[in-house]
Write a protein of this length. Structure first.
Length: 465
């Protein structure tokens, strides 16, 4: 052994290698977090463990566990279980759902559970178990659900995620197993074929019609450019773009542009799209893409004098709600470029003082200052993005379907049949929900919101008006 290969030098070299590996591991984890991969402390199929899905969800998970424990203790044998599934892990570009949306979604589900279990006669009472249907764990979650569904008396699954290929897989598997499902934010028309699935949100086809009505109100001589994400695995962007293009009159179509959200730098392409739009005679952009790439388009439009002079209006669908959070720096510059979107729900219906779209009993569940309302149970949260409201309503629809079986606790296939029977009409916190025989919400009031460059939203109008 030479002098340079002695034990001290070897040990030092190994120490450097260990430190290097540690630094690399830290960098990798940091990049994963920045890239949108969720790293909760641990993933468990079907649980109410407050530590299961990360610190940001622990507060609502504590409340769910406390309510479950109370129900089991005070009403043994007189309860059913509804499972809440969210994509707790995965790239944001895969799951298209922020942690804020998941948190508020769980909070809305808890509000529906809490108020249900406080009714004078609430039998069967409701437990909630939470699981992940993210890309890496949905199969394990469904395997656990298979093994525990009978013992836990699982009658329905709610939440489910957004209109993505990953969500489609888990819904297809649940449908094959005859589970009843109530989806909160799945709007793609391509999900119509799944038996047992009921949706509380208006479909993309409905939203596209309302968007075109809105665009014509803004610009009676409409000249629109459709900007569409070409990702074939994202059913939301595909169907929204198709319906935008299909609903326009030939003389209203200025251009149809695409970008690939999966490319290395989609923002560069969107910048080129903005240049082409500004060099055209368009007065409107119909954006059929996910929220995370929209700021690049808005920044490109607001940086060009021709678009500013024409005061270009950008209109999109409900996914824009994911941008409803304070932004610094602002997402785009000149505010002559305005952005509107069709939301799934909004607090305007809750705030209306007169009888209208939302009945008083539902308003009480979300109004500020009311005992055990959403804003009382979760101070500091916000209802303007509609996520707590629409997930509450999906849970509430499942409960209402269970209640139709007045003299028995139904099985999951019974509830699935009821959800898609065409007979359910529910007064939810987002307004009246009519579920047709295919499980789709029909004739829904659609709020239109304006999003500011700082991430703030302003109620504009109801699309039904």
């Amino acid at each position: 052994m030479s002098s340079i290969d002695g034990p001290w030098v070897t040990g030092a070299f190994l120490g450097v290698r260990r430190r290097r590996r540690w630094v690399i591991a830290v960098l990798v984890i940091g990049l994963m977090i920045l890239g949108g991969i969720i790293l909760p402390s641990r993933i468990q199929p079907l649980t109410d463990d407050p530590a299961a899905f990360g610190d940001d969800l622990a507060g609502v998970m504590v409340r769910i566990r406390q309510e479950n424990t109370r129900v089991e203790k005070e009403h043994p044998g007189a309860y059913v279980t509804i499972v809440a599934l969210f994509p707790m892990s995965g790239l944001v570009s895969e799951i298209t759902m922020s942690r804020q949306t998941i948190r508020r979604g769980l909070q809305g589900i808890y509000v529906a559970q809490f108020w249900r279990n406080r009714l004078p006669e609430a039998r069967p009472y409701v437990k909630v178990l939470v699981g992940s249907n993210g890309p890496k764990d949905w199969e394990a979650t469904l395997a656990d659900l298979d093994g525990r569904a009978d013992a836990e008396r699982v009658v329905a699954v709610t939440g489910l995620g957004a209109s993505t290929a990953i969500t489609r897989r888990s819904i297809a598997a649940l449908s094959e197993r005859k589970f009843a499902m109530t989806a909160a934010v799945i709007t793609s028309d391509e999900f119509r074929k799944f038996s047992g699935l009921a949706r509380v949100a208006p479909l993309n086809s409905d939203q596209a019609v309302k968007v075109l009505q809105l665009a014509r109100d803004f610009h009676p001589r409409l000249r629109a450019v459709v900007v569409k994400d070409s990702n074939p695995n994202d059913s939301y962007v595909k169907t929204l773009g198709d319906y935008f293009a299909g609903a326009m009159r030939p003389e209203e179509v200025e251009d149809k542009l695409t970008f690939d959200a999966g490319a290395a730098s989609p923002g560069t392409v969107l910048g080129l799209n903005a240049e082409r739009i500004c060099n055209s005679t368009a007065n409107t952009v119909l954006y059929a893409g996910r929220n995370d790439h929209l700021p690049a388009l808005m920044a490109g439009l607001s940086a060009r004098a021709r678009c500013i002079e024409r005061r270009i209006t950008v209109i999109s669908g409900d996914d824009v709600a994911e941008l409803n959070a304070p932004k610094s720096p602002q997402m785009w510059g000149d505010q002559s470029i305005t952005l509107f979107y069709t939301a799934l729900a909004h607090s305007e219906g809750i705030r209306e003082a007169v009888a209208g779209r939302v009945i008083e009993a539902m308003k009480q569940r979300f109004r500020k200052g009311v005992t055990n309302s959403y804003l009382t149970l979760f101070p500091g949260e916000d209802t303007n993005d509609g996520m707590a409201i629409v997930h509450h309503d999906a849970m509430y629809v499942a409960i209402e379907a269970v209640d139709k079986f007045t003299h028995q606790i139904p099985g999951r296939a019974d509830v699935a049949s009821m959800l898609t029977s065409g007979t359910l009409v529910v007064d939810g916190a987002s307004g009246q929900i009519r579920i047709n025989a295919g499980g789709d919400a029909v004739d829904k009031d659609i709020p239109v919101l304006q999003l500011g460059p700082d991430g703030s939203t302003t109620f504009s109008r109801w699309a039904t008006e």
